[in-house]
Design a protein around this ligand. Structure first.
Ligand code: SF4
Length: 348
């Protein structure tokens, strides 16, 4: 049975949640590594970097699920999966041109959790919770408490979507919408399915990759039950993130009826080589996922050390395009505050 639209914000403990057994994925999410000491000890990382990691984690907390940790190589400080979650001193250094709200989210929000930037689609900030904390996150400074569509704001948001017939697609985002319980998703899905001009529901998720347990039977049923077409846009940055367990769950999503796309971020020290991008596209396609976007880094305060200059990104993607069929070459793109669409950067 689904919750009502005015249910408490996700994560709140209620009489109902107490009377239901906790699903395995929620237990796995709670068991994530959230302190740098454990991360350093589990991966045998150099102790001299511990203080810097503590300082950076004080600005943006550490969170790594066990399933993702298990894919890293102990002792390798340069592991491309570790680089995405390891707090570094560089995050504490301010750089000109790197802002708190780099993509103009605050100018596009309606104050109740709906971000309406582009024609025909709008993004619903369903929760502030994520299964992993990516150090390069473009919303690492976003005030979710003021801008998510939880609690009583959801009814207001649904009414606004119903009143705007131009909205053919609603994007469930966050945070990560797969941090929500299946009951909460059922409520939101039913409300959106009842709005006939909403033809597509899109989910943006990294949880499906870092915590594959989240793709459970209830979620697959939810996808299969939707009137609107479901598009799941996963976030995979490196081929090694696609473990056999993740690939099996992605295939289950596809069998349930979801169209699967990937959006990645081009990150220095993680995937900034033609070889890494080719391996990623090949692995994605093997798992039934089409490479869709490769984003240039959003210039958010604290992430400058991940930036790959645009000219190098273009050269890199030219090398990729020379070796792969077109359908395996993601569009190199940039998002800029105030634009009416993402800017696709030509590599020809
Ligand atoms: S999963 Fe997405 S929203 Fe969450 S921390 Fe990573 S990049 Fe940010």
């Amino acid at each position: 049975m689904a919750e009502s639209l005015t249910s408490p914000a996700p994560g709140a403990v209620t009489a109902r949640s107490l009377s239901h057994p906790t699903p395995g994925w929620q237990q796995a999410m709670r068991a994530s590594v959230t302190d740098v000491e454990t991360l350093f000890s589990r991966l045998a990382l150099p102790a001299e970097q511990l203080d810097a990691a503590r300082r950076a984690a004080a600005l943006f907390g550490l969170r790594v699920p066990e399933s993702y940790l298990a894919r890293m190589t102990p002792g390798d400080i340069d592991d491309p999966l570790l680089r995405q979650v390891l707090p570094l001193d560089a995050e504490t250094i301010e750089r000109p041109g790197f802002a708190w709200d780099a993509v103009g989210d605050l100018d596009s929000t309606t104050g109740d959790g709906l971000l309406h930037k582009y024609h025909g689609r709008a993004l619903l900030v369903t929760t502030g919770a994520c299964a992993v904390h990516c150090r390069y996150c473009f919303r690492r400074h976003f005030d979710y408490s003021a801008h998510h569509a939880g609690g009583s704001r959801m009814r207001q948001v649904i009414a606004r979507i119903a009143a705007d017939a131009s909205l053919a697609e609603i994007i469930l985002s966050g945070g990560d919408p797969l941090s929500l319980t299946n009951d909460r998703l059922a409520t939101i899905g039913a409300a959106l399915d009842a709005i006939t001009h909403v033809r597509r529901l899109r989910l943006h998720t990294r949880t499906a990759i870092v915590l594959p347990e989240r793709i459970d039977a209830g979620l697959l049923d939810w996808i299969a039950a939707r009137r609107a077409r479901v598009v799941v846009v996963v976030h995979v940055n490196h081929a090694r993130e696609l473990s056999p367990g993740v690939c099996a769950r992605l295939r289950a999503l596809q069998r349930a009826g979801a169209t699967l796309l990937n959006q990645a971020v081009l990150l220095a020290g993680v995937n900034d080589s033609a070889e890494a991008q080719i391996a990623l596209s090949e692995a994605l396609f093997d798992a039934g996922v089409s490479p869709y976007y490769l984003h240039l880094l959003d210039r958010v305060a604290g992430v400058h050390h991940f930036e790959v200059p645009e000219q190098r990104a273009i050269a890199l993607m030219r090398a990729v395009a020379a070796r792969l069929p077109g359908y395996l070459v993601p569009k190199l793109a940039r998002e800029q505050a105030g634009d009416t669409a993402k800017q696709v950067i030509g590599v020809a």
